[in-house]
Design a binder for this molecule. Structure first.
Ligand code: Q46
Ligand code: ZN
Length: 323
């Protein structure tokens, strides 16, 4: 198996593109896919100041790395869910990348804000941890982006995440969610940040290979609450289909992108009467949580400055007709 670009021995087979590449050319290939998606879908402008949602996993750390090396200087936001060792290790990995890039990282901590981690908080609220976690992460990341002066929030959702979410939403005809999954969701006023997913068309396997080849130190363990999640089953099913019919996932997600209408993608939410941030109800879920479990103090965000100078390499965003 030879590398399509240089003819050397290939290291990775990309069945969806019916090709194979050596390690060096694969890194260039993936970085170009990301920068082209940024250009094609107008995800981030050169004048933007992006904030990356960093979990300590391979996707978010690789995205943070790529953006900074592609000329989009970005800081990170980490949400500490208070899941003991998992949260501690995840934040360590996030800080390592902050140091490597020479970028700042912000942190919201659920135990500091609510005196409980996501496990106890979800028990107290009689709500599934992942559903509550989703609400909190959306709120806190939006607050970090808007309040700290960033113009766009970038998340590391990859092709497999999007294909499995789309599959699940179609399977149960969750039409209300169907149009909220686009590659970019525009912001509104001074209270809702623009959200983008530059890895939308990059598979989980591709991002994992990228992280390993770039020696990105990420947390291997999954969040303990992900065990048994339906999205994992959907990912497995889609990967089985992919084996016999390569490129199914990317066609599925690209077909969605062609159909999704931006106007419908983000129905105008109202604003919470207490905090002023997006809410479909008079008082948002998070203000209600603060009322019950908060410390009574203002929302507190921690800020970590990088410990050492940045070590980066440049990634070109010029179009390359050969790819
Ligand atoms: S939602 Fe659920 Fe994830 Fe939150 S509680 Fe963990 S598994 S981290 S993407
Ligand atoms: Zn509120």
């Amino acid at each position: 198996m030879k590398c399509r670009t240089c003819g050397k021995e290939a290291n990775i087979r990309l069945s969806a593109y019916n090709t194979a590449l050596c390690a060096d050319d694969f890194l260039i290939f993936l970085e170009r896919r990301v920068t082209r998606a940024i250009q094609k879908y107008n995800l981030i402008e050169k004048t933007d100041s992006p904030l990356v949602a960093v979990s300590g996993g391979k996707d978010s750390l690789s995205l943070w790395y790529i953006l900074n090396n592609a000329g989009f200087p970005a800081d990170g936001i980490y949400i500490d869910l208070g899941i003991d060792e998992y949260s501690r290790v995840s934040f360590e990995k996030a800080k390592l990348m902050a140091d490597r890039l020479g970028r700042r990282i912000y942190r919201f901590s659920l135990p500091a804000l609510f005196q409980k981690g996501i496990g106890d908080l979800s028990k107290a609220m009689r709500r599934a941890p992942c559903s509550l976690c989703g609400v909190l992460k959306r709120y806190l990341m939006n607050r970090a982006c808007v309040d700290c002066g960033y113009t766009v929030l970038a998340t590391g959702h990859n092709l497999d995440d999007e294909a499995s979410a789309l599959f699940g939403n179609l399977l149960y005809w969750k039409e209300a969610y169907l149009y909220k999954k686009s590659i970019a969701l525009e912001g509104k006023g001074d209270y809702l940040a623009k959200k983008v997913k530059p890895f939308f068309l990059c598979s989980e396997r591709e991002v994992a290979a990228y992280a390993i080849l770039r020696r990105i130190d990420y947390v291997y363990e999954e969040c303990p609450y992900s065990v048994g999640a339906k999205t994992l089953l959907y990912k497995e099913l889609l990967n089985k289909i992919e084996i016999t019919s390569p490129a199914t996932k990317i066609r599925f997600v690209k077909g969605y992108l062609d159909r999704v209408k931006e106007q419908e993608a983000r129905p105008d939410p109202g604003r919470c009467t207490r905090c002023g941030y997006p809410s479909y109800t008079e008082t948002c879920n998070v203000c209600r949580l603060f009322e019950r479990f908060g410390t009574g103090e203002a929302l507190h965000i921690e800020r970590y400055e990088p410990a050492q100078a940045a070590t980066t390499h440049d990634i070109s965003i010029e179009a390359d007709a050969a790819q």
